[in-house]
Design a protein around this ligand. Structure first.
Ligand code: NAD
Length: 380
């Protein structure tokens, strides 16, 4: 049998939404279920999670449920273990920087949820610290691995669009206030003091999506709002929601593409998916969601004539689009990126979703907030 290369991974924040579902269950444990991450030269990488959190009962329960034995509430002790080679962080954003500094000081490779830190200055410092310590580093950029965005990338690479002119994105859904129906997101998201706000949450995603598909962001102009100012938390207590819960932004990209992205937790969904990007180019257009992607070529573009006096008859405009086929199997995006990071650490394979790229995401969020505050367009 080919050699197994075990690697201890400190998973901090494993009791949270992302830490448990996407990173432990759907990534690290799914990798074990498939027999590890195969290595080019034979053998495979075998993740050994070491669960870290604040609540021993929750940690013990998760460990027991998944047949794991290693858990602790003591981060220092976890980082002191020689078999723990990677530190992963999916804690609330406000706790991240301190823990990552500790992990780098302990000589661990670091992989983390976004945003990398609460300010771009801190993010750049973390990048510099990781580089001078010589530890491998990465930030989750899961949206790049969504089937819909993979298909969009395929269209771009295949020259489908001709010259790309603009991108229009709608992200969001209604997050319940918590009074008569339980909120489906944690309450810290709606408090500034706890690192909340939709700009800090979503602009780091928009930065890598725009960068990787369309070009680096040159300027941002954003209007933000706190539409719902009172919410009810996990314990049933009313609190003041002071963080931005919607952001309406325009980004100018290198090369002249204009991207307009709405992000909102206060919008009701009248779309096929929770996020959709429409891309218009001289030769064709596409609408990509999480999973699907449909296209309209210049040759099949209808020629509407403005006439509000006549009702539309025949096909609706939506019916004039063609679905892009899968043509491949799409795995969970978080897992795909974990596999790439593990191969980066163990086999030295390239991985460009590093702290520097994570820091650019935080920088964009900061610029978006500054633009909203000052009412002007910010150059990056
Ligand atoms: N990649 C994505 O699509 C995506 C989606 C949602 C959230 N996130 C990011 O993941 C991180 C976690 O978000 P989540 O939605 O899982 O949050 P969550 O509230 O469900 O989980 C937070 C985790 O942090 C722990 N924690 C540590 N210190 C804490 C403190 N002082 N107060 C509260 N909790 C503390 C909690 O115990 C819990 O394990 C955030 O940084 C967020 O930006 C990423």
């Amino acid at each position: 049998m080919a050699a197994r290369r075990s690697i201890g991974i400190v998973v901090n924040g494993v009791t949270g939404r992302m830490g448990y579902r996407q990173h432990l269950v759907r990534s690290l444990l799914a990798i074990r279920e498939q027999g590890g991450v195969p290595l080019a030269g034979g053998g495979h990488i075998w993740p050994e999670p070491i669960l870290v959190g604040r609540d021993p009962d929750k940690l013990a329960a998760i460990a027991a449920q998944h047949g794991l034995t290693e858990w602790t509430t003591d981060l220092d002790a976890a980082l002191a273990r020689p078999d723990a080679e990677i530190y992963f962080d999916s804690q609330v954003t406000s706790q991240r920087e301190k823990a990552i500094r500790q992990a780098i000081a302990a000589g661990k490779h670091v992989y983390t949820e976004k945003p990398l830190a609460e300010s771009s200055a801190a993010s750049i410092e973390l990048a510099e610290l990781a580089e001078s310590a010589g530890v491998r580093n990465g930030v989750v950029q899961d949206k790049l691995f969504l089937p819909g965005l993979r298909k969009l990338k395929r269209l771009i690479d295949g020259g489908f669009f001709g010259q790309i002119l603009s991108v229009r994105g709608e992200f969001g859904y209604w997050v319940f206030e918590g009074d008569w129906q339980v909120a489906q997101r944690p309450s810290w998201n709606y408090r500034l003091a706890d690192g909340g706000g939709i700009v800090m949450d979503m602009f780091p995603h928009w930065n890598y999506v725009l960068e990787e598909l369309f070009g680096n962001v040159r300027t941002v102009q954003a209007t933000t709002a706190t539409h719902i100012t009172e919410r009810v938390d996990e314990r049933g207590e009313t609190y003041t929601a002071d963080a931005d819960d919607a952001a309406y932004a325009i980004f100018e990209l290198e090369g002249g593409i204009v991207a307009q992205l709405n992000s909102s937790w206060t919008v009701r969904v009248n779309r096929d998916e929770l996020v959709e990007f429409q891309v218009d180019g001289t030769h064709g257009s596409a609408v990509a969601g999480l999973r699907g992607c449909k296209i309209q070529h210049r040759a099949t573009t209808p020629k509407p004539v403005w006439n509000p006096d006549l009702p539309l008859t025949g096909k609706s405009f939506r019916d004039e689009w063609t679905e892009v086929p899968d043509n491949e199997e799409f795995d969970n995006g978080f897992k795909v990126q974990w596999e790439a990071f593990l191969r980066h650490v163990v086999a030295g394979e390239t991985f460009h979703w590093d702290f520097r790229s994570g820091a650019r995401g935080v920088r964009l969020a900061e610029a978006g907030l500054q633009s909203a505050r000052e009412g002007k367009r910010i150059e990056l």
